[in-house]
Design a protein around this ligand. Structure first.
Ligand SMILES: *Cc1c(COP(=O)(O)O)cnc(C)c1O
Length: 451
């Protein structure tokens, strides 16, 4: 497959943009090779600079639930833009988007922001402001955006220093993040209830909040475990409430994607505070955080916790988000669920036939494939880290060569959309056997790096 135009663009990009990209995973460092530069997209397909048509299994890392360039979303965006693109004053569209989020989730009030990172950063400040406490508990492998205090053991791409309560503060996950910033962050192992109980015993009334992905999706997909009929999120919420801490559910990835509401629609836990992003922005920079009214009332201008944004509630982004949520009908979720289940079955069959050890895990329609051996489930980041990235890289490039664009990292979910029709699905299924054989070959010759 010709990728000479992408190669030339990457050369040019690297002279003016660090690593040639504006978000690290796009650079293909984890899988090797040259990233494709995208010229346009439609439905389930991306078209690169060389004119290759690629079935998209990233969907912009989640937002494009309806596929690319959905005509009704484009019409809403066009109509909004024609009325001006930013006012710095309130609009009715913001109220409608807030109402749409509140109608689907347990939150009573929301504040709109421009990125998931901004949402989690703001929600931590709010939680600390409300409780008057400093410490935050997060889980290794959960990614909450590049918030300094949360860049400790933060999923793929960020060094993981698994940390148990009692051993001292978390270590920064990136140069530039000070030890003081992460000193109030305690990083625990996902699904490890003993660790969480220990942390509350050790730090007791210093813990402002526990923040977790509603279902972990940034170390591969690791759903919240169920023990004695109690889900991990319920366990966390109960423990927070028994200790005067707040339970924050980060639904930036899962929200409005895995169900009409998100993981909340699957496990029913009512968090004190929640964060949203991705799908609710309809492909534009829009995100939100929300929660019970008595908590949200602590935000300026009502309360003392300051938070603001020049482009917050931007009318164009808001129109795209609102159109997307309105078009995300039960039929859309039923379709994505169906193609997701079918694809999981096909991937499992192809990898099994080629003798490639693997575990497939899902949270609703969001799923990922772990190239692990010797385990039958992946409950946490330590287990996820045991996978063969060599096998994944070979699999990834074999799929890409056949026109299927997977996430360029083994630690990411596979994203589908309502636009993934039979034609797109057939293309993926046809590509799987050769890719599975490439992964098997890479496992036999691990020294031979793919490109
Ligand atoms: C993507 C993501 C974020 C960060 O959102 P950005 O818009 O990239 O800043 C936060 N939390 C979760 C769970 C995410 O998946």
């Amino acid at each position: 497959m010709n990728d000479s135009a992408s190669r030339a663009a990457f050369e040019r990009a690297r002279k003016v943009i660090p690593g040639g990209v504006n978000s690290p995973v796009r650079a293909f460092l984890a899988v090797g090779g040259t990233p494709r530069f995208i010229a346009r997209a439609a439905g389930p397909y991306l078209y690169d600079l060389d004119g290759n048509e690629l079935v998209d299994l990233i969907c912009s890392w989640g937002p494009m639930l309806l596929g690319h360039a959905h005509p009704e979303v484009l019409a809403a965006v066009g109509a909004a833009a024609a009325h001006g693109t930013s006012y710095g004053a309130p609009t009715l569209a913001e109220v409608e988007l807030a109402e749409a989020i509140i109608e689907r989730t347990p939150v009573e009030e929301v504040r709109l922001v421009s990125s998931g990172t901004e949402a989690t950063m703001s929600v931590l400040r709010l939680a600390r402001g409300i409780t008057g406490r400093d410490m935050i508990i997060k889980f290794a492998g959960c990614y909450h955006g590049h918030v300094d205090a949360l860049l400790a053991a933060a999923g793929s791409g960020v060094a993981t220093l698994a940390h148990r309560a009692g051993a001292g503060p978390a270590l920064p996950g990136s140069p530039g993040v000070t030890a003081a910033t992460t000193a109030d962050t305690v990083v625990l192992s996902y699904n490890d209830r003993v660790g969480v109980r220990e942390a509350f015993t050790t730090y007791g009334d210093r813990i402002a909040a526990v923040i977790t992905e509603a279902a972990a999706g940034n170390m591969g997909v690791v759903p919240p475990g169920v023990e004695d009929g109690v889900g991990f999120n319920t366990f966390l919420a109960d423990l927070c409430h028994a200790n005067g801490a707040l339970f924050i559910s980060d639904e930036v990835m899962t929200g409005f994607r895995v169900t009409r509401s998100g993981q909340y629609g699957i496990d029913g836990v009512e968090p004190d505070l929640m964060t949203f992003g991705k799908v609710m922005g309809g492909g534009f920079p829009a995100a939100a955080f929300g929660g019970r009214a008595d908590l949200m009332q602590h935000l300026a201008p009502v309360g003392g916790v300051y938070q603001a944004g020049t482009l917050s509630g931007n009318p164009v982004a808001t129109s795209a988000g609102l159109a997307t949520l309105r078009l995300a009908t039960d039929e859309v979720y039923a379709h994505v669920d169906r193609v997701s289940a079918a694809l999981q079955t096909e991937v499992h069959a192809a990898l099994s036939a080629a003798g490639v050890p693997h575990v497939i895990q899902a949270a609703g329609n969001l799923f990922s494939v772990f190239f692990v051996s010797g385990v039958d489930s992946v409950p946490d980041y330590a287990t996820a880290s045991g996978q063969s990235t060599t096998a994944y890289s070979a699999f990834f490039h074999a799929m890409l060569d056949q026109g299927v664009y997977l996430p360029p990292s083994a630690y990411e979910g596979w994203f589908l959309s309502s636009a993934h029709d039979d034609g797109a699905m057939d293309r993926i299924v046809t590509a799987l056997p050769a890719a599975a054989r490439a992964a098997a070959a890479a496992l036999l010759a691990p020294a031979e790096e793919t490109r």
